[in-house]
Design a protein around this ligand. Structure first.
Ligand code: 3PY
Ligand code: MG
Length: 256
């Protein structure tokens, strides 16, 4: 089976860098896949992407060595199965609040005896290789999002669930849940220590910790703090920022 580069990086103690895809298009996914990210996360929660488009986007990503990941909309067994069958090499699951939620994520994402994933890797075996089914439980990455006060209270129990590869912090939802303003790359006196606590809890449980960030400087800082998976910005944000900058520079130059 094709190796999961995230697992290789983590074994070597190195961080993995993910891009984030919100635009529902295989071509924009292909452009992003050719920019050198370790992984790309297809966002089916807040991105504008449905299942069929996600399949085309993962096919586009697989023109490169970039690892295709998906964030699912919610903890839903059927959709996890279908996205893994379509070749996702990792699942990021929002709103994992309890040990039971994390156990359900593992059940959905692993073949028996570790879980209850149903057999049928239609595209996954083409992307991953003919020995996909024998090795999928070892290569597929499952990450639980910690983004509520309840999850924060239960984070040690969640991190201890066998078969879970990592935690992924949603800083906006976490801030909202803690009664603070949602913000990326935050230095909020309540949220920043909570983020540090989650990273430390993952480290103590010997699993990876990731976080969604807005900019490379903060992402590098949070890696120095111990994070092993950082997503930076998104395709839609890059497009908007670059277009806005070009328009502004033209206006400035033509007015001068
Ligand atoms: C959050 O900030 O809540 C997220 O889910 C980021 O992806
Ligand atoms: Mg969130």
């Amino acid at each position: 089976m094709r190796k999961n580069r995230l697992k290789t990086l983590w074994r070597e103690g190195r961080p993995a860098l993910s891009g984030w895809l919100s635009i529902p298009a295989p071509f924009s996914a292909e452009i992003m896949a050719h920019q050198g990210w370790d992984a790309l996360t297809v966002d089916l929660q807040h991105g504008l992407i449905d299942y069929q488009t996600a399949v085309g986007m993962m096919t586009a990503i697989s023109t490169t060595e970039t690892v295709p990941l998906v964030r699912i909309p919610w903890l839903e067994f059927g959709l996890i199965m279908k996205l893994l069958d379509a070749g996702a090499y990792g699942i990021i699951c929002p709103m994992v609040n309890t040990r039971e939620d994390a156990e359900n994520l593992v059940h959905a994402g692993r073949y028996p005896p570790a879980g209850t994933r149903s057999f049928g890797p239609v595209r996954a075996a083409i992307y991953g290789g003919p020995d996909y089914v024998e090795n999928a439980n070892d290569e597929i990455v499952l990450m639980a999002m910690i983004e509520t006060e309840e999850a924060l209270d239960n984070v040690k129990e969640i991190a201890a669930v066998p078969g879970l590869d990592g935690l992924f912090i949603g800083p906006n939802d976490l801030a909202k849940s803690l009664g603070r303003a949602p913000r990326l790359d935050t230095d909020d006196p309540v949220v920043a220590p909570a983020i540090a606590h989650i990273i430390e809890t993952a480290r103590a449980a010997d699993i990876a910790c990731g976080i969604f960030t807005g900019a490379p400087d903060y992402a590098a800082q949070i890696v120095r703090q111990g994070a092993r998976f950082v997503a930076i910005s998104s395709d839609a944000r890059f497009l908007a920022a670059s277009a806005a900058d070009t328009v502004a520079r033209f206006r400035e130059a033509s007015d001068a």
